[in-house]
Design a protein around this ligand. Structure first.
Ligand SMILES: NC(=O)c1ccc[n+]([C@@H]2O[C@H](COP(=O)([O-])OP(=O)(O)OC[C@H]3O[C@@H](n4cnc5c(N)ncnc54)[C@H](O)[C@@H]3O)[C@@H](O)[C@H]2O)c1
Ligand SMILES: O=C(O)CC[C@@H](O)C(=O)O
Length: 629
């Protein structure tokens, strides 16, 4: 089959701007009547692009309004590469590979288009555009009237004159692009809507393309197993920072967001057709949810904790789970320090009293941090940072951890939890949320703490028996507590909150905000979005918490086969036998296993019989098979 000739419009298609509007911003930057002129130019662009004013008239009227000179045009030319539309930037490889069958056809100006054409590997004689005419002082006096592109219906005329052979595919956002198809100069016309969507153009188009990926997919250019990114649906719950949405959309994926968490039944409904789920700590991704998730490839916890996800069930379904293990740790540590000081000075109750009109200036029971012993339970990413900051404030630090951890500074490791509880003036919990950690601190542990101790939990709610904590506070054994996490937490800000700790003296309750700072949320969004992109685009499982971790480079001039299987004997041998009997040329292969799962990544030459893919999908032990190119 002859590969089609692709003809691309420039403005609002290859680039996300309209050239004349961008030139107006530059040329009219100091003009007193700039706003009115720009509005007139934008209206003329729109009228020309929807076919209400003929193109030649609109072009000349806009140039008259602008009073352009060479420096204005050069200023735009200099930055035009930065204006390339997102899906064009993603597919530079397509242009480079097919340059001899790609044309740029534009009512815009050749010199503005030239740098992007060069970047995409498109030869100068494949750039069909208007030529600006300058006077001796470098002022633009108009365009070359002999060029058909300066007139109404110029685009079809220029295409017909090329006498192209084989199918001709026109891609553009405007009416002048639709005219190419309507005049019979193109076999197929895609209304390109990534930058702007014009209903009148869509109406006459053969198909709508929200990105270049859609066009390539429909035309079978990138291989018939490719999948346009905008068809990959991502659902982000729990008010995830917009930086994630921005990054994922920029990469071409379709992202939907919701402010709160969903309960199991609502999540089961919402997850249908979703390829990627983003959550924080309040959405439970249970085995039942995973069972019903018909398209799910990955879950990202935009936080540290992953105890809300059934990691084993996810692995059994070949669903990769990622989190952001470090991005909010500093925020938690700062809050723990702040809360400790506030508890030591009883500031929260004193402040509440003052709001009621009571002045209680007293030093009784107020203490400095300096010289006190902080007992950290769980010396991981957060506990160990807290250790360093607390020592910096003059505290003595002791810690207890189930695993062997390097003691930082002068911190002392305690052999048992009991030994730590017996010595600490402040006990701060930073253990992970594994199920076994339920009620790690209960009545027996409170009884072992020093009388007058302060207690903090910023880890997970189920780790502490809250009724026992309430009793220990009421009895005065514990002088104060700060609790950020609870066994039952409201799913949204609109849901009610209840706890036996409410109303108790010197108790600070916070709504699970240890990691809720702008810095942390933005950093998490960026980190987790990158992990998702790495997995979707490259198969990279670095930081994946339930599949073997493999760090991978971009797929380059190869097809990448990703095979997740149960870790049972013989799968790799079977897989390689299938590849070799299909005559595939293997360019590279990685295998990583954990006790449950095997993950094989195989890069192969592009030429092979697609039937082999069916064999790989059906290999015994296969959990999931995916292909990238
Ligand atoms: N409040 C918040 O907003 C917030 C923010 C971030 C993290 N967190 C929570 O904070 C906790 C700590 O996070 P992290 O990133 O430091 O985790 P981490 O996994 O780096 O460290 C946890 C440490 O606790 C140890 N541990 C586990 N169970 C233990 C036990 N029973 N006794 C002693 N040690 C035990 C582990 O060996 C590990 O070293 C997690 O539960 C996390 O979900 C809360
Ligand atoms: O943002 C959240 O919902 C959870 C924050 C924190 O508990 C975490 O696990 O990182």
């Amino acid at each position: 089959m002859t590969s089609p000739v692709f003809i691309f419009d420039f403005d609002s298609t290859l680039v996300r701007i309209e050239t004349l509007e961008a030139l107006a911003d530059i040329a009219l930057s100091d003009a007193p009547d700039a706003a009115a002129k720009k509005a007139e130019i934008a209206a003329l662009t729109d009228q020309a692009m929807t076919g209400q004013v003929d193109f030649g008239t609109a072009l000349r009227r806009r140039l008259d309004l602008l009073a352009l000179n060479r420096s204005h045009v050069e200023a735009l030319t200099d930055r035009i590469l930065d204006e390339a539309s997102a899906s064009i930037r993603r597919n530079v490889d397509f242009f480079e590979r097919h340059a001899e069958r790609v044309y740029i056809l534009s009512g815009g100006f050749r010199e503005v288009i030239a740098p992007l054409a060069a970047r995409l590997g498109i030869a100068a004689d494949h750039v069909l555009a208007n030529d600006l005419i300058y006077d001796a002082e470098g002022r633009v006096t108009g365009v070359d009237d002999a060029n058909p592109l300066s007139r109404e219906n110029g685009k079809p005329e220029v295409i017909k004159a090329l006498n192209l052979t084989g199918p001709v595919v026109m891609v553009g956002d405007g009416w002048t692009d639709a005219e190419v198809k309507l005049a019979g100069a193109a076999s197929r016309f895609y209304a390109f809507t990534e930058v702007v969507s014009r209903p009148k153009v869509i109406e006459v188009a053969d198909a709508t393309a929200a990105s270049l990926d859609e066009v390539l997919f429909a035309e079978g250019v990138a291989g018939r197993w490719s999948y346009p990114r905008n068809r990959i649906r991502m659902l982000l719950l729990e008010n995830i920072h917009p930086a994630a949405v921005e990054r994922l959309e920029e990469a071409g994926y379709s992202v939907e967001t919701m402010k709160g968490a969903l309960d199991e039944d609502d999540l089961i409904e919402a997850i249908k057709g979703v390829h990627v789920l983003g959550i924080r700590s309040k959405t439970n991704v249970s085995a039942r949810v995973l069972e019903q998730a018909d398209r799910l490839l990955a879950v990202a916890a935009f936080c540290i904790g992953t105890n809300q996800i059934d990691l084993e069930a996810a692995a059994e379904h070949g669903v990769a789970v990622f989190n952001a293990p470090y991005s909010n740790t500093r925020s938690v540590v700062e809050l723990a320090i702040g809360l400790t000081i506030v508890l030591m000075r009883d500031v929260a109750d004193k402040s509440a009293a003052m709001h009621q009109g009571q002045w209680n200036k007293s030093a009784t029971g107020s203490r400095e941090l300096r010289g006190k012993t902080l007992g950290i339970v769980g010396y991981g990413a957060i506990g160990s940072q807290l250790s360093v900051l607390a020592e910096g404030l003059g505290m003595r630090v002791i810690f207890h951890d189930l695993s062997e951890r390097l003691a930082l500074g002068n911190a002392r490791r305690m052999r048992s939890l009991d030994a730590l509880l017996a010595e600490a003036d402040v006990v701060s919990l930073h253990v992970d949320g594994r199920k076994d950690n339920a009620d790690v601190i209960g009545a027996a542990q409170f009884a072992k703490m020093k009388p007058g101790v302060l207690f903090l939990n910023l880890s997970r709610g189920h780790v502490v028996d809250v009724d026992a904590l309430a009793e220990a506070l009421k009895s005065g054994r514990i002088a104060g507590a700060a609790v950020d996490v609870f066994p039952e937490e409201p799913r949204t800000n609109a849901d009610p909150f209840a706890s036996p700790l409410q109303g108790l003296k010197n108790v600070i309750l916070s709504p699970h905000i240890g990691g809720s700072t702008e810095e942390a949320q933005e950093a998490i969004a960026e980190f987790a979005a990158e992990r998702l992109l790495g997995y979707l685009n490259r198969g990279d499982t670095t930081f994946c918490v339930n599949l073997p971790n493999v760090q991978l480079a971009e797929v380059s001039r190869a097809h990448r086969l990703l095979h997740i299987h149960r870790n049972q004997p013989g799968v790799l041998a079977e897989l390689n036998r299938a590849l070799s009997s299909a005559g595939l040329n293997i360019l590279g292969q990685h295998l990583k296993t954990d006790e449950r799962t095997g993950y094989v990544i195989t890069d192969v030459d592009r030429d092979y019989d697609p039937e082999v893919l069916k064999v790989l999908r059906d290999l015994p032990g296969t959990v999931r098979f995916r292909m990238l190119h």
